[in-house]
Design a protein around this ligand. Structure first.
Ligand code: PEP
Ligand code: MN
Length: 275
């Protein structure tokens, strides 16, 4: 299909492996953890050290926050880059952060290892073209109203500009269900294995909006074929400035990371039974 010429899986193209620190995404299990938002230097450094110890291999923390209400906290903005730089010096953990505006890309890639394009910007085509020109990996989250085809078209925009290091991230879609914040679509994870050579991870924090559902949905994502998971973690989850309900404690993260790794090993052990 012409729309998906570069993103489509075909016999001639091997799976894409994206290198993030020591992890080969597509071969190894990517575990992305950290707060929804960077709040202070102390907060992000403390969380980074702990999630690293517990097994995270990529730290998340947004300094620019897309918020539904213009009156909500919109992130610490550019000064957060100094905090993230300090995290890097103290922990060596690779860092992913979201970029909302093409004017911020240049300075963000000086400090961060991976750029996130969030759900609300999945169809921001000028942003997609710009991140297509950089030489750092991009996590492309699924638009909460986007079909799999539309999501893959967005990845195609990035690939067309030359950046092949794309990790798709299922983060839930809006459905008629209201108990959960979104419906985490695990069928997309399995479907993407048939449709594209790009790796895919899933984000049960945004996908469910409920901290109690993060563990079971992380494990089921791995079993559906996910190349990793992303979740929100905080030293004091209820005090998180954003997304508190879907944020787990550091203690819980130890448990989740351990079980994700065990599930990953189990999947490897039966991999010839899976697609
Ligand atoms: C996030 O990961 O911080 C975020 C805002 O997620 P999403 O774009 O999936 O809503
Ligand atoms: Mn969040």
């Amino acid at each position: 299909m012409k729309d998906l010429e570069k993103v489509h899986k075909n016999e001639r193209r091997d799976r894409t492996i994206v290198t993030v620190g020591d992890i080969r995404v597509g071969i190894d299990c990517l575990i992305v953890a950290g707060p929804c938002a960077v709040e202070s230097d102390k907060q992000i450094i403390t969380i980074a050290k702990e999630v690293k110890k517990a097994g995270a291999n990529l730290l998340r923390g947004n300094i620019y926050k897309p918020r539904t209400s213009p009156y909500s906290f919109s992130g610490v903005q550019a000064k957060g880059l100094r905090y993230l730089n300090e995290v890097k010096l103290q922990t060596g953990l690779p860092i992913v952060t979201e970029v909302l505006d093409i004017r911020d890309i240049e300075k963000v890639i000086e400090y961060c290892d991976v750029i996130q394009v969030g759900s609300r910007n999945m169809q921001n085509y000028s942003l997609l073209r710009e991140v297509g020109k950089i030489d750092k990996p991009v996590i492309l989250k699924r638009g909460f109203m986007a079909t799999i085809h539309e999501w893959l078209c967005s990845a195609e925009y990035i690939l067309l500009e030359g950046n092949k290091n794309i990790i798709l991230c299922e983060r839930g879609i809006r459905t008629f269900e209201t108990y959960t914040r979104n419906t985490l679509d695990l069928s997309s994870v399995a479907a993407l294995k048939e449709l594209t050579h790009l790796p895919v991870i899933s984000d049960p924090s945004h996908g469910t909006g409920k901290r109690g559902l993060i563990l079971p949905l992380c494990l089921s994502s791995i079993m559906a074929g996910s190349d990793g998971v992303m979740m929100e973690v905080h030293t004091d989850p209820n005090m998180s400035v954003s997304d508190a309900n879907q944020t787990i404690s550091l203690e819980k993260f130890y448990d989740v990371a351990d079980k994700v790794k065990k599930t990953w090993e189990f999947r490897q052990s039966i991999s010839n039974c899976l697609i």
